[in-house]
Design a protein around this ligand. Structure first.
Ligand code: DQA
Length: 140
């Protein structure tokens, strides 16, 4: 099974950024643990701060991968383009968030990608990604 994790803007700063909200672990550390927990899965990871690059990655992988786990960061709430890209590909996408976006500012309550995803996981910290992997495994 081939799974891609995509992180959007500012998520390259995990472990340094607003630690009270996002925790103190870097994504790279977490990703190592995730790979060793699910040894049978072929994981790829991609991060970009640029909307068009995130869309290009969805196009590039969205007809061959078994699943995509995507935290689009702030673009979740603003990007019609990312929502359309998810609608246009075949690979199922799970939207994830580290924080509970519904307990935060109102502008974080809207997702322009959620309706094109198979589901949304938010507020479980980095465990949100782990839970998404478990869901893809359960579909096999
Ligand atoms: C986030 C929530 C977004 O509102 C925010 O812009 C982020 C991170 C999360 O994982 O909790 O950058 O997607």
């Amino acid at each position: 099974m081939q799974l891609l994790i995509i992180n959007g803007p500012n998520l390259n700063l995990l472990g340094k950024r607003e630690k009270s909200i996002y925790g103190d672990a870097s994504f790279e550390e977490f990703f190592k643990t995730l790979k060793s927990t699910f040894e049978t899965i072929d994981f790829k990871y991609y991060q970009s701060n640029i909307e068009g690059e995130l869309i290009d990655k969805l196009h590039e992988t969205g007809f061959s991968y078994d699943g995509i786990i995507m935290n689009a960061g702030a673009y979740t709430h603003t990007s019609i383009g990312i929502g359309d890209a998810i609608a246009g590909i075949e690979t199922p996408v799970i939207e994830v968030h580290i924080s509970n976006v519904y307990a935060r500012e109102e502008y974080r309550h809207l997702s322009l990608m959620a309706k094109n995803c198979i589901g949304v996981i938010a507020g479980m910290g980095l465990n949100s990604y782990h839970l998404a992997v478990q869901h893809f495994l359960s579909l096999k």
